[in-house]
Ligand binder design. Structure first.
Ligand SMILES: [Zn+2]
Length: 463
């Protein structure tokens, strides 16, 4: 089966056929940088990182564009409350997002454009819309005229214009021809930053900037547009309307990840704060947090609980345990070994990560049996399969990303422990058990736990 993806627009799973053979273009609505990210924000980054890795592994040359919304109402409000310029807030939080993406192993996007760097492109798009009769300037603002696009507007979110309420995106509704018209551009207000346009100074509307940046980097028609399910309306509906009304084909597939919910309660401020990424990676290691976020299907909601997080960490440690032990026996892992067919089928079926990880756990179970039997050939095959599958998911414990600090000292410690273990073996051979036990106890005092296996003694640091 080839890759199939759920397309929100078609409300169905469709075969993925790219605009250009061998290439895949992907736009993801990234951060609005008014605050540092919590795990709800980063979930989308992890989900689409898995998609990007899978497209790459499937042979596509991927262009991945993830934007930064560095100007909007909330950023301006936070800056005013702190008494600092808007860009201080935007820069600080963008750094927090970049750190969080990096920490959770999300590969950097091909391009990461910022809204405020693309005002000329937005002006051109507004000019095209005004020329075609789909937008108008009024009172310093520029609005999209929804009635001019009545037949098409609402098709992504599956609703009719007649049933929609006003956009409620301006203080002065009297400028609008129709309350459902939405702002492409917001005219100057006291104390707010502005950029010049033919219709007067102002700042970008949120929807317009994504249309301008997506088509600048991916072309007028591109493959996949992604984001959280909460963005379908109005943000994505408006992006689609603007771009298609201007004559662009825009995205051919719309993919949306589910939300992360906090039990039955709303994400209260105190609880929300404890879910910030720096705090989360104190509860579990970053790779375990990634496993927690990547295991559920991207379209299903996650009900956050610390219990489930710790269970996920324990499940990941079972996989890691096999990889660590197997890698002590097998030194050359075949990175080109084929992926198990069931794993490939799972990811091709709308990125089925739960089924894909079930395959990983099955292979790990077989691998542990092979290790216990001392079947080196089987261990080599199963280790290669496991690591190659984990690589696709960004979860390979041996990837440089996840190596712990000081792990480059491991070969040195290995050699020192080997000397001690040789002496212990010699002591046992001459039946000097007191000396043998003393060596083991001294290693234990240094935090080194020795275990006898079919492949000889092995050691690890006690936890
Ligand atoms: Zn967007």
């Amino acid at each position: 089966m080839s890759l199939h993806l759920y397309d929100t627009s078609a409300r169905a799973i469709r075969e993925f056929v790219p605009v250009q053979a061998g290439r895949a273009s992907l736009y993801l609505c990234g951060a609005t940088v008014q605050a540092p990210p919590h795990i709800g924000h980063i979930r989308s980054g992890v989900n689409f990182d898995v998609l990007r890795r899978w497209l790459t592994r499937s042979g596509y040359d991927v262009t991945f564009c993830r934007n930064v919304t560095d100007i909007d109402d909330k950023i301006i409000r936070v800056a005013a409350a702190e008494g600092v310029p808007w860009f201080v807030v935007a820069e600080r939080n963008q750094r927090a997002f970049t750190w969080a993406y990096d920490t959770l192993g999300c590969l950097p996007p091909t391009v990461e454009p910022r809204a405020t760097g693309h005002v000329p492109e937005m002006i051109v798009l507004m000019e095209r819309l005004i020329e075609r009769g789909h937008a108008y300037a009024a009172g310093g603002d520029v609005y999209f005229n929804v009635m001019s696009y009545e037949q098409e507007y609402g098709k992504l979110s599956n609703q009719k214009l007649a049933n929609m309420r006003g956009a409620a995106d301006t203080d002065d509704e009297s400028c609008k021809g129709d309350p459902r018209d939405f702002a492409l551009w917001k005219g100057e207000k006291p104390g707010e930053p502005t950029w010049p346009t033919p219709w007067g100074p102002g700042r970008p509307g949120w929807h317009l900037e994504c249309s301008a940046m997506a088509t600048k980097y991916l072309g007028p028609t591109f493959d996949i547009h992604g984001g959280g399910i909460d963005l379908v309306f109005p943000h994505h509906e408006n992006e689609l309307a603007q771009s298609q009304a201007a004559g662009d084909g825009f995205a051919r597939y719309w993919m949306h990840n589910g939300m992360l919910k906090i039990g039955a309660e709303k994400m209260s401020k105190s609880l929300g704060n404890s879910l910030l990424i720096p705090d989360m990676v104190q509860k579990v290691r970053p790779v375990e947090l990634r496993y927690y976020l990547a295991t559920p299907h991207y379209r299903s909601a996650i009900d956050y609980s610390e219990e489930a997080l710790l269970e996920a960490a324990a499940a990941y440690q079972r996989i890691e345990g096999f990889v660590t032990r197997a890698a002590e026996v097998i030194h050359d892992v075949d990175a080109d070994a084929p992926l198990p067919q069931a794993f490939v089928d799972a990811l091709n079926d709308d990125l089925g990560t739960p089924q894909a990880l079930a395959v990983v756990h099955e292979v790990v179970r077989e691998g542990n049996v092979a290790l216990a039997k001392g079947d080196k050939e089987a261990v080599a095959r199963l280790l290669a399969e496991t690591q190659n599958m984990l690589d696709v998911l960004g979860l390979d414990p041996r990837a440089p990303q996840w190596r712990e600090a000081g792990s480059d000292l491991k070969p040195v410690v290995d050699a020192l422990v080997a000397v001690a273990l040789e002496q212990r073996k010699a002591a046992r051979a001459r039946k000097d058990y007191a000396a043998a036990d003393a060596i083991r106890d001294q290693l234990a005092a240094a935090g080194i736990v020795v275990e006898d296996t079919p492949h000889g003694a092995r050691w690890e640091l006690g936890r």
